[in-house]
Design a protein around this ligand. Structure first.
Ligand code: HEM
Length: 538
C-alpha cells in the first residue's frame, strides 16, 4: 500500500492493476487454475444439457451478474482525471498545511459530475456540476468537495434528502431524467425560498458549462485555516480555470445532448490525451475569524450567500494541472470516495449546518455504495503515506493486520507512541468556542434574507445573460403542469426583479405579480458576469 502502486502523477500503474487479476500469460479462473476453454460450457454431450458442475461457467456468469455497484445517490454521472497541485507558498501565513507550501507538488485526482442524472444521462444538461478534488498530501488525504456554483439550495443538511427527492425524476414515470424542469423541483424551490439564489445560477449560463475545463469551482462553505502559530482565518475556496469561464447556449446544449451525450467527458479526456492539460488556480477569500462569523453583513455560515469578490478579493494559493486520464473508469472514477471530513492539519470546518450534515453523509453512503467500510483500501482512495489505524475486519478487508492488540495504549504489541508526543504532526481540531446555548431547531435571523443576493446576481448580468436567464425560466417553468407552481415561481421572480418577472410571465402567458419582499439595495458585481472573459491567446 503506497506510492509504488502509482505513477508520479498519481495514476495507477499497470503492475498495480495487473498483479491482482492480470498476471501471468495464461487465462485462469479467479483461483489461478489454468483454463483450456472459456467459450464452451460443459455439457452432457454436444447437444446435451449444461452441467451444474461447470465451475468456470458459474464463476464467470456470477461475477458478471454482480459487475454493477449502486451508482452514487447524487452526482452519479462523472468524469475524472489525475494531476498535480503545486502550492505557491502564499497561503503559508494562513495555513500550516504542508501541501500549500511553496513549490510543494501533490498528486491529485479530480472528479467532475452532474448532480441529478443517472450514470447514463447526458453531459450538457442544465444542472449544477460537482468539482471534487482529492489531494494525496504528505500529511494524509485532503478532499475539497465543491461545485461549480458558489451557493447551495438549502441552509441545513436536514433538507438534503428533500431537495434531492424534489429534483430527481418523478417517482411514477421516472421523468425527467436530468433536467430541473418538473413540478416537484419548482414546488420545492418556490416553497423553500432560500433555494432562489442557487436556482438563479442554474437558470443562468453557469447551468450549462461549455466544458469541465472552463468551469469555476467553489468549496461553497466557509472553512477555517490554522497557521503554524495557531492563528485562524475563515476562508472560502475558489478554483479559477486558466481557460476562462464559458458556457453553451441552450440550443447548443440541447443539440449536444442528442448528438454526443458524452460531450464533456470526451472533451476532458481528449484535451488531456492531446497534451492540452487544463489548469485551475486555487484561491481563497479570507475573513477575520470573529465570534459572529459575519463579513460586511454577510453570514459566513449561510451556504446560500456569496461574499462578492469586490469586498474580499480571491488570493491565489496554488495551481492545479490535470495531466493524465484514468486507466480504468470503474477502478478510479467510479470507486473514488470523497468526503468533506478528509482534512489535514491546517484546515478545519466551521459550524455551517449544511457542512455539518455533509460530514455525516458521505461516509455513510459510501459504506453502502462501496460494499462495506474498507473502501479506503481501494487503490484510488489510498493515501500515499503509511497508514497505521485500529480499524479491523469488515466486508472486503484486504489488509492482513499484525498483532493482537488493536487498542491504545496496550502492553502486548510493543507499546505505542500514541500518548507520548502524539501531537507532533497530528490533526488537532481548533478549540473554537461553542457558545453556551439551549438546544434549538431554528436558524439564525441572518439566514432569512433570500432575495438580496439573487438580485445582486441578476443586476450583475449583461443584457445577453439576462435574456438567457429569462428564457431558461420560461422554458423550464413551461414544463410544469400545475399553474399554482408557475404562479408561485413568478412571485419569487418578482421578489428578485420586476423586469425578470415580467419577461417570464409574458412567456408563460400569466400575469406578473407584485413583489412581496423588498431586497436590500445592492451594487452589481462585475466578477459574477461571464461575459468579458476572454479566450486565451493560444
Ligand atoms: C456527492 C458536492 C451537499 C450528500 C457529492 C459530490 C460532490 C458534492 C462534488 C460528488 C463526489 C464525487 O465526485 O464522487 C456537494 C456540495 C454540497 C453538497 C458542494 C453543498 C455545498 C451535500 C449535502 C449532502 C450531500 C448537504 C447530505 C447531507 C452527498 C452524497 C453524495 C454526494 C450522499 C454521494 C457520495 C458518494 O456516493 O460517493 N456532493 N454536496 N451533499 N453528496 Fe454532496
Amino acid at each position: 500500500r503506497g506510492p509504488e502502486t502509482y505513477s508520479p502523477t498519481g495514476q495507477l500503474t499497470g503492475t498495480a492493476q495487473k498483479e491482482v487479476a492480470q498476471g501471468g500469460e495464461r487465462l485462469t479462473t479467479a483461483q489461478g487454475t489454468r483454463l483450456y476453454d472459456t467459450n464452451h460450457s460443459l455439457k452432457a454431450g454436444p447437444r446435451g444439457p449444461v452441467l451444474l458442475q461447470d465451475h468456470h461457467l458459474r464463476e464467470k456468469i456470477t461475477h458478471f451478474d454482480h459487475e454493477r455497484i449502486p451508482e452514487r445517490v447524487v452526482h452519479a454521472r462523472g468524469a475524472a482525471a489525475h494531476g498535480v497541485f503545486q502550492g505557491y507558498g502564499s497561503a503559508a501565513r494562513l495555513s500550516k498545511a504542508a501541501f500549500l507550501g511553496k513549490d510543494v507538488e501533490t498528486p491529485v485526482f479530480v472528479r467532475f459530475s452532474t448532480v441529478l442524472g443517472s450514470r447514463g444521462s447526458a453531459d450538457t444538461v442544465r444542472d449544477t456540476r460537482g468539482f471534487a478534488t482529492k489531494f494525496y498530501t504528505s500529511e494524509g488525504v485532503f478532499d475539497l468537495v465543491g461545485n461549480n456554483i458558489p451557493v447551495f439550495f438549502i441552509q441545513d443538511a436536514i433538507k438534503f434528502p428533500d431537495v434531492i427527492h424534489a429534483g430527481k425524476p418523478h417517482p411514477d414515470r421516472e421523468i425527467p431524467q436530468a433536467q430541473s424542469a418538473h413540478d416537484t423541483f419548482w414546488d420545492f424551490v418556490t416553497l423553500h425560498t432560500e433555494a432562489t439564489h442557487h436556482t438563479l445560477w442554474n437558470m443562468s449560463d453557469r447551468g450549462i458549462p461549455r466544458s469541465y475545463r472552463m468551469m469555476e469551482g467553489f468549496g461553497v462553505h466557509t472553512f477555517r485555516l490554522v497557521n503554524a502559530d495557531g492563528g485562524t482565518t475563515l476562508v472560502k475556496f475558489h478554483w479559477k480555470p486558466k481557460l476562462g469561464v464559458h458556457s453553451l447556449v441552450w440550443e447548443e446544449a440541447q443539440i449536444t445532448c442528442g448528438m454526443d451525450p458524452d460531450f464533456h467527458r470526451r472533451d476532458l479526456a481528449d484535451a488531456i490525451e492531446a497534451g492540452a492539460f487544463p489548469q485551475w488556480e486555487l484561491g481563497v477569500q479570507t475573513f477575520p475569524d470573529t465570534e459572529e462569523q459575519m463579513f460586511e453583513g454577510i453570514d459566513l455560515l449561510d451556504p446560500t450567500k456569496i461574499v462578492p469578490e469586490e469586498l474580499a478579493p480571491v488570493q491565489p494559493i496554488g495551481l492545479l494541472t490535470l495531466n493524465a486520464n484514468p486507466s480504468n473508469y470503474f477502478a478510479e472514477t467510479e470507486q473514488v470516495a470523497f468526503h468533506v471530513g478528509h482534512l489535514v492539519p491546517g484546515i478545519d470546518v466551521t459550524n455551517d449546518p449544511l457542512l455539518q450534515g455533509r460530514l455525516f453523509s458521505y461516509l455513510d453512503t459510501q459504506i453502502s455504495r462501496l460494499g462495506g467500510p474498507n473502501f479506503a483500501q481501494l487503490p484510488i482512495n489510498r493515501t500515499h503515506i503509511p497508514v497505521n489505524d485500529m480499524l479491523r475486519d469488515g466486508m472486503h478487508q484486504t489488509a492482513v493486520h499484525r498483532g493482537v492488540a488493536p487498542y491504545r495504549p496496550n502492553s502486548l504489541d510493543g507499546g505505542c507512541p500514541f500518548l507520548a508526543g502524539a501531537d507532533t504532526g497530528a490533526y488537532i481540531e481548533v478549540p473554537a468556542e461553542v457558545p453556551a446555548a439551549r438546544k434549538v431547531r431554528e436558524a439564525p435571523a441572518s439566514f432569512d434574507d433570500h432575495f438580496s443576493q439573487p438580485r445582486l446576481f441578476w443586476l450583475s448580468m449583461t443584457p445577453t445573460e439576462r435574456e438567457h436567464i429569462a428564457a431558461a425560466y420560461t422554458f423550464e417553468l413551461s414544463k410544469c403542469w400545475e399553474t399554482a407552481i408557475k404562479e408561485r415561481a413568478l412571485l419569487v421572480l418578482a421578489n428578485i426583479d420586476a423586469e425578470l418577472c415580467a419577461q417570464v410571465a409574458a412567456g408563460l402567458g400569466l400575469p406578473a405579480p407584485e413583489a412581496t419582499v423588498r431586497p436590500a439595495a445592492v451594487e452589481p458585481s462585475p466578477a459574477l458576469s461571464q461575459l468579458g472573459q476572454t479566450w486565451p491567446a493560444d
